[in-house]
Design a protein around this ligand. Structure first.
Ligand code: ZN
Length: 206
């Protein structure tokens, strides 16, 4: 079995621009983790203009299962430059960005836990960040910390002051280990459900 994440792409254009990042993700994840992501039916799209059509060529009508989640990565963010005309983000920052978006699908908080929608939106970000960190704490944690630091410390047109303040809180949460195991979202939930089911119906080994 090839260890890659090409299943995320439905068009060659997006693949040609974004596979450099997903290749790094696939190297740093275990096969089991990649298979979990594969089950979630995520499509990764490279978006190159502020407004555009996501056409049917990506999702032909004969596709058996409809697309469930589309993650669109904006070219204008990837290639943002600072005042010295140098790229702000390096490859591993964009890896963290893609992993964070995958985290929104894989590790969503339970709405029942956070009935207040404003609080839910905040928690969503913590859970997605925690997915990035816990997927490979030695590697991805540094990537996401770097991404957030650069987003806070640079003039990025569409990041508001409020968002920067929220990012500072997210950085603190990433750094503190006490929150580490608290963020149990869908991925852990489904794993536990699977375990419970296997207990009920153990595989016949005889
Ligand atoms: Zn997010």
């Amino acid at each position: 079995m090839t260890k890659n994440m090409n299943f995320l792409f439905k068009d060659d254009y997006s693949k040609s621009f974004l596979s450099q990042y997903t290749e790094i993700i696939s190297i740093k994840l275990k096969v089991k983790q990649i298979n979990e992501i594969k089950k979630s039916n995520i499509t990764l799209i490279y978006s190159s203009s502020p407004a555009e059509v996501i056409s049917n060529f990506c999702f032909p009508r004969n596709t058996k299962k409809n697309y469930e989640h589309i993650i669109s990565i904006d070219k204008n963010f990837i290639y943002l430059k600072n005042n010295d005309n140098k790229l702000i983000f390096k490859t591993t920052d964009i890896v963290a960005l893609i992993m964070h978006e995958i985290g929104h699908v894989m590790n969503e908080p339970d709405t029942l836990l956070f009935p207040d929608s404003k609080e839910y939106l905040k928690q969503k970000e913590y859970y997605a960040d925690d997915f990035v960190r816990s997927s490979n704490p030695l590697v991805f944690k540094n990537y996401i910390v770097s991404l957030h630091n650069k987003t806070i410390n640079n003039d990025i047109p569409y990041i508001s002051k409020e968002q920067k303040e929220e990012l500072i809180i997210r950085l603190k949460k990433l750094e503190s280990n006490e929150n580490y195991l608290n963020l149990i979202g869908h991925i852990k939930l489904t794993n536990n459900l699977r375990k419970a089911r296997n207990k009920k119906h153990p595989k016949n080994n005889s």
